[in-house]
Design a protein around this ligand. Sequence first.
Ligand SMILES: [Zn+2]
Length: 158
Amino acid sequence: MKITHPASVRYGSLVVPLAAQRQVDAALAYLARDPVERRLIERVERSPVRHRIEIVHHHDDAYRPWSHAIRWDPHSAMRTTGGGRQSPALGLAHELDHAAAHARDLVRLQSRGDPAYDDAEERRVITGTERHAARTLHESERRDHRGACYRVADPTQV
Ligand SMILES: [Zn+2]
């Protein structure tokens, strides 16, 4: 079976599906209001590794280190344990941070369990860039690696 990739555009080394460019642009512009996120986006765009954003539809955001795929649902917002809300854009930011990590560090931190955040890599991302962006963008902070997903029309909506 021949596998074809849909038409895409490239932001440096970040490959974005053309069909989702508007949503990715909206999310990145929103996130870039936070200086920490702005630096993170630049790191991914300038990375020696080519990452690809893949659009998913079932609240199944993830980073796949073996294929360098950032899987993102632009309609998936999240209700946090404390009843707060996070936008789909913040979900993209979370996966971008996993993507920006060196593969060696990612594996090492993921293998280290953490009672509140499942593993040390989730703790690093959630208490680091995610929390910083949440404060800047007036979204909710997480104190764990949980959340209940719900649908929104636009990536910057909560
Ligand atoms: Zn994560």
